[in-house]
Design a protein around this ligand. Structure first.
Ligand code: TYD
Length: 340
Protein backbone atom coordinates (compact mmCIF):
# COMPACT_ATOMS: atom_id res chain seq x y z
CA UNK A 1 0.00 0.00 0.00
CA UNK A 2 1.26 3.48 -0.88
CA UNK A 3 0.25 6.48 1.19
CA UNK A 4 0.89 10.20 0.73
CA UNK A 5 0.93 12.38 3.82
CA UNK A 6 0.87 16.15 3.26
CA UNK A 7 2.43 18.28 6.00
CA UNK A 8 4.16 15.25 7.46
CA UNK A 9 7.03 17.14 9.13
CA UNK A 10 4.83 19.09 11.54
CA UNK A 11 3.65 18.06 15.00
CA UNK A 12 0.75 15.70 14.23
CA UNK A 13 2.29 14.64 10.92
CA UNK A 14 5.67 13.58 12.26
CA UNK A 15 4.23 11.67 15.21
CA UNK A 16 2.02 9.93 12.63
CA UNK A 17 5.00 9.18 10.34
CA UNK A 18 6.90 7.60 13.24
CA UNK A 19 3.82 5.47 14.01
CA UNK A 20 3.22 4.40 10.38
CA UNK A 21 6.80 3.24 9.87
CA UNK A 22 6.71 1.32 13.15
CA UNK A 23 3.23 -0.19 12.88
CA UNK A 24 2.44 -0.78 9.19
CA UNK A 25 4.09 -2.11 6.00
CA UNK A 26 3.03 0.91 3.94
CA UNK A 27 5.28 2.82 1.60
CA UNK A 28 5.05 6.36 2.85
CA UNK A 29 5.51 9.53 0.81
CA UNK A 30 5.70 12.74 2.81
CA UNK A 31 5.45 16.19 1.24
CA UNK A 32 6.20 19.16 3.44
CA UNK A 33 7.08 22.77 2.59
CA UNK A 34 9.28 23.01 5.72
CA UNK A 35 7.94 26.40 6.73
CA UNK A 36 8.62 27.51 10.31
CA UNK A 37 6.64 24.60 11.82
CA UNK A 38 7.92 21.70 9.71
CA UNK A 39 11.05 20.16 11.16
CA UNK A 40 13.19 17.31 9.88
CA UNK A 41 14.45 16.75 13.44
CA UNK A 42 10.95 15.38 14.16
CA UNK A 43 11.60 12.06 12.40
CA UNK A 44 13.16 9.25 14.43
CA UNK A 45 16.36 7.48 13.27
CA UNK A 46 14.29 4.39 12.37
CA UNK A 47 12.17 6.54 10.02
CA UNK A 48 15.28 7.91 8.30
CA UNK A 49 16.67 4.39 8.10
CA UNK A 50 13.54 2.92 6.52
CA UNK A 51 13.46 2.18 2.77
CA UNK A 52 9.68 2.70 2.96
CA UNK A 53 10.05 6.40 3.86
CA UNK A 54 10.26 8.95 1.05
CA UNK A 55 10.54 12.65 1.91
CA UNK A 56 9.83 15.36 -0.66
CA UNK A 57 10.35 19.01 0.19
CA UNK A 58 7.61 20.94 -1.59
CA UNK A 59 4.51 23.06 -1.33
CA UNK A 60 1.07 21.53 -1.92
CA UNK A 61 0.15 24.63 -3.94
CA UNK A 62 2.76 23.52 -6.50
CA UNK A 63 1.01 21.01 -8.75
CA UNK A 64 4.30 20.16 -10.53
CA UNK A 65 5.54 18.63 -7.28
CA UNK A 66 2.23 17.33 -5.92
CA UNK A 67 0.64 15.64 -8.92
CA UNK A 68 3.46 13.18 -9.73
CA UNK A 69 3.06 11.98 -6.14
CA UNK A 70 -0.72 11.60 -6.47
CA UNK A 71 -0.09 9.36 -9.48
CA UNK A 72 1.91 6.97 -7.30
CA UNK A 73 -0.30 6.45 -4.26
CA UNK A 74 -3.45 4.62 -3.11
CA UNK A 75 -4.36 6.92 -0.22
CA UNK A 76 -3.85 10.59 0.72
CA UNK A 77 -3.89 11.98 4.26
CA UNK A 78 -4.08 15.77 4.10
CA UNK A 79 -2.53 17.46 7.12
CA UNK A 80 -0.64 20.36 5.53
CA UNK A 81 -1.97 23.57 7.06
CA UNK A 82 -1.12 26.74 8.91
CA UNK A 83 -2.64 26.04 12.32
CA UNK A 84 -1.97 28.75 14.90
CA UNK A 85 -4.93 31.04 15.61
CA UNK A 86 -2.73 33.78 17.11
CA UNK A 87 -0.63 33.95 13.94
CA UNK A 88 -3.77 34.14 11.82
CA UNK A 89 -4.77 37.26 13.79
CA UNK A 90 -1.47 38.86 12.78
CA UNK A 91 -1.41 37.79 9.12
CA UNK A 92 -4.19 35.99 7.29
CA UNK A 93 -2.28 35.44 4.01
CA UNK A 94 -0.54 32.08 4.54
CA UNK A 95 -3.75 30.63 6.00
CA UNK A 96 -5.67 31.42 2.83
CA UNK A 97 -2.80 30.25 0.65
CA UNK A 98 -2.17 26.85 2.26
CA UNK A 99 -5.48 25.95 3.89
CA UNK A 100 -7.77 27.02 1.03
CA UNK A 101 -5.71 27.24 -2.15
CA UNK A 102 -3.50 24.27 -1.21
CA UNK A 103 -6.56 22.11 -0.53
CA UNK A 104 -8.05 23.25 -3.85
CA UNK A 105 -4.89 22.31 -5.76
CA UNK A 106 -4.92 18.88 -4.09
CA UNK A 107 -8.60 18.32 -4.93
CA UNK A 108 -8.07 19.31 -8.58
CA UNK A 109 -5.26 16.75 -8.72
CA UNK A 110 -7.53 14.07 -7.29
CA UNK A 111 -10.03 14.58 -10.14
CA UNK A 112 -7.33 13.29 -12.47
CA UNK A 113 -5.38 10.88 -10.32
CA UNK A 114 -7.78 8.65 -8.49
CA UNK A 115 -7.09 7.37 -5.00
CA UNK A 116 -9.04 5.00 -2.76
CA UNK A 117 -9.54 7.63 -0.09
CA UNK A 118 -8.63 11.17 0.92
CA UNK A 119 -8.59 11.70 4.67
CA UNK A 120 -8.91 15.44 5.19
CA UNK A 121 -7.84 16.60 8.65
CA UNK A 122 -9.85 19.66 9.65
CA UNK A 123 -10.34 21.12 13.15
CA UNK A 124 -12.88 21.62 15.94
CA UNK A 125 -12.31 25.37 15.48
CA UNK A 126 -14.83 25.32 12.61
CA UNK A 127 -17.65 25.14 15.22
CA UNK A 128 -16.88 28.43 16.97
CA UNK A 129 -18.41 29.02 20.41
CA UNK A 130 -20.23 25.96 21.80
CA UNK A 131 -24.02 26.35 21.70
CA UNK A 132 -24.35 23.05 23.60
CA UNK A 133 -21.94 20.49 25.05
CA UNK A 134 -20.44 18.18 24.08
CA UNK A 135 -20.21 19.44 20.51
CA UNK A 136 -21.31 16.83 17.97
CA UNK A 137 -20.80 16.87 14.20
CA UNK A 138 -24.21 18.54 13.61
CA UNK A 139 -23.29 21.58 15.71
CA UNK A 140 -23.55 24.92 13.80
CA UNK A 141 -20.34 26.16 12.25
CA UNK A 142 -19.56 29.77 13.11
CA UNK A 143 -15.76 30.09 13.04
CA UNK A 144 -14.20 32.91 15.05
CA UNK A 145 -10.70 33.31 13.65
CA UNK A 146 -9.14 33.67 10.21
CA UNK A 147 -7.56 30.25 10.80
CA UNK A 148 -10.92 28.64 11.52
CA UNK A 149 -12.58 30.29 8.51
CA UNK A 150 -9.78 29.03 6.26
CA UNK A 151 -10.21 25.49 7.61
CA UNK A 152 -13.98 25.59 7.14
CA UNK A 153 -13.50 26.77 3.55
CA UNK A 154 -11.04 23.90 2.95
CA UNK A 155 -13.51 21.42 4.41
CA UNK A 156 -16.34 22.75 2.28
CA UNK A 157 -14.23 22.41 -0.85
CA UNK A 158 -13.55 18.79 0.10
CA UNK A 159 -17.29 18.15 0.58
CA UNK A 160 -18.10 19.85 -2.70
CA UNK A 161 -15.59 17.76 -4.66
CA UNK A 162 -17.01 14.63 -3.08
CA UNK A 163 -20.47 15.58 -4.32
CA UNK A 164 -19.47 16.84 -7.77
CA UNK A 165 -16.73 14.39 -8.68
CA UNK A 166 -17.28 11.44 -6.32
CA UNK A 167 -13.86 11.83 -4.73
CA UNK A 168 -13.89 9.37 -1.81
CA UNK A 169 -13.27 11.50 1.27
CA UNK A 170 -13.58 11.41 5.04
CA UNK A 171 -13.25 14.58 7.12
CA UNK A 172 -11.83 14.49 10.64
CA UNK A 173 -12.24 17.26 13.20
CA UNK A 174 -9.72 16.75 15.99
CA UNK A 175 -10.06 18.86 19.14
CA UNK A 176 -6.88 20.20 20.85
CA UNK A 177 -4.02 17.75 20.35
CA UNK A 178 -0.90 17.85 22.52
CA UNK A 179 2.28 15.85 23.03
CA UNK A 180 5.96 15.66 22.05
CA UNK A 181 7.26 17.66 19.05
CA UNK A 182 4.54 20.31 19.21
CA UNK A 183 5.86 23.69 18.08
CA UNK A 184 6.34 25.92 21.14
CA UNK A 185 3.75 28.52 20.13
CA UNK A 186 0.83 26.33 21.32
CA UNK A 187 -0.33 26.49 24.91
CA UNK A 188 1.14 23.31 26.41
CA UNK A 189 4.69 23.35 24.95
CA UNK A 190 4.86 27.15 25.34
CA UNK A 191 3.96 26.95 29.03
CA UNK A 192 6.24 23.98 29.71
CA UNK A 193 9.22 25.78 28.16
CA UNK A 194 8.40 29.11 29.82
CA UNK A 195 8.15 27.37 33.20
CA UNK A 196 11.45 25.57 32.65
CA UNK A 197 13.08 28.94 31.84
CA UNK A 198 11.37 30.70 34.79
CA UNK A 199 9.51 32.91 32.32
CA UNK A 200 5.91 33.97 33.09
CA UNK A 201 2.97 32.00 31.65
CA UNK A 202 0.65 34.46 29.81
CA UNK A 203 -2.97 33.42 30.39
CA UNK A 204 -5.52 35.11 28.10
CA UNK A 205 -8.28 36.83 30.13
CA UNK A 206 -9.40 35.12 33.32
CA UNK A 207 -8.09 31.71 32.23
CA UNK A 208 -11.46 29.95 32.37
CA UNK A 209 -11.55 29.09 28.64
CA UNK A 210 -11.95 25.31 28.32
CA UNK A 211 -10.55 22.97 25.69
CA UNK A 212 -10.77 19.23 25.04
CA UNK A 213 -7.22 17.82 25.11
CA UNK A 214 -6.29 14.61 23.27
CA UNK A 215 -2.83 13.07 23.57
CA UNK A 216 -1.19 12.79 20.14
CA UNK A 217 -0.57 9.00 20.33
CA UNK A 218 -4.33 8.42 20.31
CA UNK A 219 -4.66 9.92 16.83
CA UNK A 220 -2.73 7.65 14.39
CA UNK A 221 -4.81 4.47 14.94
CA UNK A 222 -8.07 6.29 14.21
CA UNK A 223 -6.76 8.04 11.08
CA UNK A 224 -5.34 4.77 9.75
CA UNK A 225 -8.50 2.78 10.41
CA UNK A 226 -10.83 5.31 8.80
CA UNK A 227 -8.52 5.59 5.79
CA UNK A 228 -8.98 1.93 4.94
CA UNK A 229 -12.61 1.55 5.98
CA UNK A 230 -15.22 0.99 3.29
CA UNK A 231 -18.66 2.58 3.20
CA UNK A 232 -17.76 5.81 5.00
CA UNK A 233 -17.34 8.23 2.09
CA UNK A 234 -18.51 11.73 2.96
CA UNK A 235 -18.52 11.11 6.72
CA UNK A 236 -17.38 13.85 9.12
CA UNK A 237 -16.00 12.70 12.47
CA UNK A 238 -14.95 14.48 15.65
CA UNK A 239 -11.88 13.16 17.42
CA UNK A 240 -12.22 14.20 21.05
CA UNK A 241 -12.17 13.07 24.67
CA UNK A 242 -15.46 14.62 25.84
CA UNK A 243 -13.65 16.25 28.79
CA UNK A 244 -12.61 19.87 29.30
CA UNK A 245 -9.69 21.53 31.07
CA UNK A 246 -9.31 25.28 31.66
CA UNK A 247 -6.15 27.23 30.87
CA UNK A 248 -5.76 27.91 34.62
CA UNK A 249 -5.89 24.18 35.40
CA UNK A 250 -3.31 23.39 32.73
CA UNK A 251 -0.96 26.13 33.96
CA UNK A 252 -1.28 24.75 37.52
CA UNK A 253 -0.60 21.16 36.41
CA UNK A 254 2.53 22.23 34.50
CA UNK A 255 3.87 24.35 37.37
CA UNK A 256 3.16 21.57 39.91
CA UNK A 257 4.87 18.91 37.82
CA UNK A 258 7.92 21.08 37.25
CA UNK A 259 7.93 22.24 40.87
CA UNK A 260 7.72 25.92 39.89
CA UNK A 261 5.89 28.70 41.80
CA UNK A 262 2.29 29.74 40.97
CA UNK A 263 3.57 33.33 40.78
CA UNK A 264 4.72 32.56 37.23
CA UNK A 265 1.05 32.74 36.12
CA UNK A 266 0.13 36.12 34.55
CA UNK A 267 -3.30 37.12 33.31
CA UNK A 268 -2.92 39.14 30.12
CA UNK A 269 -5.20 40.82 27.59
CA UNK A 270 -7.95 38.57 26.18
CA UNK A 271 -7.51 37.23 22.62
CA UNK A 272 -9.98 38.60 20.04
CA UNK A 273 -12.70 36.03 19.35
CA UNK A 274 -11.41 33.76 22.14
CA UNK A 275 -13.82 30.83 22.36
CA UNK A 276 -14.92 29.98 25.92
CA UNK A 277 -15.68 26.30 25.46
CA UNK A 278 -14.72 23.63 22.92
CA UNK A 279 -15.47 20.14 24.18
CA UNK A 280 -16.29 17.41 21.69
CA UNK A 281 -18.45 14.33 21.51
CA UNK A 282 -16.65 11.24 20.16
CA UNK A 283 -19.81 9.12 20.08
CA UNK A 284 -19.89 8.86 16.30
CA UNK A 285 -16.30 7.68 15.87
CA UNK A 286 -16.77 5.28 18.77
CA UNK A 287 -19.86 3.75 17.17
CA UNK A 288 -18.25 3.54 13.73
CA UNK A 289 -14.72 2.39 14.62
CA UNK A 290 -14.87 1.32 18.24
CA UNK A 291 -12.34 4.09 18.98
CA UNK A 292 -12.08 5.90 22.29
CA UNK A 293 -9.22 7.85 23.87
CA UNK A 294 -6.79 5.72 25.88
CA UNK A 295 -4.41 8.27 27.43
CA UNK A 296 -5.66 10.27 30.44
CA UNK A 297 -4.80 13.99 30.35
CA UNK A 298 -2.46 13.84 33.38
CA UNK A 299 -0.62 10.83 32.00
CA UNK A 300 -0.23 12.54 28.60
CA UNK A 301 0.94 15.76 30.22
CA UNK A 302 3.59 13.91 32.25
CA UNK A 303 4.87 12.17 29.13
CA UNK A 304 4.94 15.50 27.28
CA UNK A 305 6.82 17.29 30.06
CA UNK A 306 9.35 14.46 30.21
CA UNK A 307 9.88 14.71 26.45
CA UNK A 308 10.53 18.48 26.60
CA UNK A 309 12.93 17.94 29.54
CA UNK A 310 14.84 15.28 27.63
CA UNK A 311 14.87 17.12 24.30
CA UNK A 312 16.15 20.54 25.26
CA UNK A 313 18.25 20.76 22.12
CA UNK A 314 15.16 20.27 19.91
CA UNK A 315 13.43 23.35 21.34
CA UNK A 316 16.41 25.59 22.08
CA UNK A 317 17.20 25.38 18.35
CA UNK A 318 13.68 26.64 17.58
CA UNK A 319 13.81 29.37 20.24
CA UNK A 320 16.97 30.76 18.66
CA UNK A 321 15.40 31.09 15.21
CA UNK A 322 14.32 34.51 13.92
CA UNK A 323 10.93 33.19 12.81
CA UNK A 324 10.13 32.22 16.41
CA UNK A 325 11.49 35.34 18.09
CA UNK A 326 9.72 37.61 15.62
CA UNK A 327 6.35 35.96 16.23
CA UNK A 328 6.65 35.92 20.04
CA UNK A 329 7.74 39.55 20.06
CA UNK A 330 4.93 40.84 17.86
CA UNK A 331 2.16 38.70 19.40
CA UNK A 332 2.97 39.12 23.11
CA UNK A 333 4.16 42.75 22.96
CA UNK A 334 1.80 44.89 25.02
CA UNK A 335 0.65 41.71 26.79
CA UNK A 336 3.80 40.61 28.56
CA UNK A 337 7.59 40.93 28.65
CA UNK A 338 9.28 37.59 27.83
CA UNK A 339 13.00 36.92 28.05
CA UNK A 340 14.01 35.10 24.86
P1 TYD B 1 -3.61 26.92 21.72
O1 TYD B 1 -2.77 25.78 22.18
O2 TYD B 1 -2.92 28.03 21.02
O3 TYD B 1 -4.76 26.30 20.81
P2 TYD B 1 -6.16 26.97 20.30
O4 TYD B 1 -6.06 28.44 20.46
O5 TYD B 1 -6.23 26.51 18.89
O6 TYD B 1 -7.22 26.35 21.18
O7 TYD B 1 -4.39 27.55 22.96
C1 TYD B 1 -5.17 26.74 23.83
C2 TYD B 1 -5.85 27.63 24.83
O8 TYD B 1 -4.87 28.32 25.60
C3 TYD B 1 -6.72 28.72 24.20
O9 TYD B 1 -7.85 28.92 25.04
C4 TYD B 1 -5.83 29.95 24.22
C5 TYD B 1 -5.00 29.73 25.48
N1 TYD B 1 -3.64 30.33 25.49
C6 TYD B 1 -3.28 31.25 26.50
O10 TYD B 1 -4.07 31.57 27.41
N2 TYD B 1 -2.02 31.79 26.49
C7 TYD B 1 -1.10 31.47 25.51
O11 TYD B 1 0.03 32.03 25.54
C8 TYD B 1 -1.48 30.53 24.49
C9 TYD B 1 -0.52 30.16 23.40
C10 TYD B 1 -2.77 29.99 24.53
Amino acid sequence: MRVLLTGGAGFIGSNFVNWIIENTDADLFVIDALTYAGNLDNFTPSVWGSTRFHFIKGNICDSDVLYPLLKKVDYVIHLAAWTHIDRSLLDITPFIETNIKGTGVLLEGLRKYHVKRLVHVSTCEVYGEAKYLPIDEQHPKEPLSPYAVSKLAGEQLVQLYQKLYRIPVVILRPFNIFGPRQYPEKLIPFFIINAMLDNPLPIYGDGTAKRDWLYVDDLPPVIWKIMEMEGVDGEVLNIATGKGMTINEIADCILNTLDKPKTLKRHVEEREGHIKQLIGSYKKVEQLLGWSPTVEFNQGLRKTITWYKENREWWTKILRRDSYRKFVKSWYKGRIQLRL
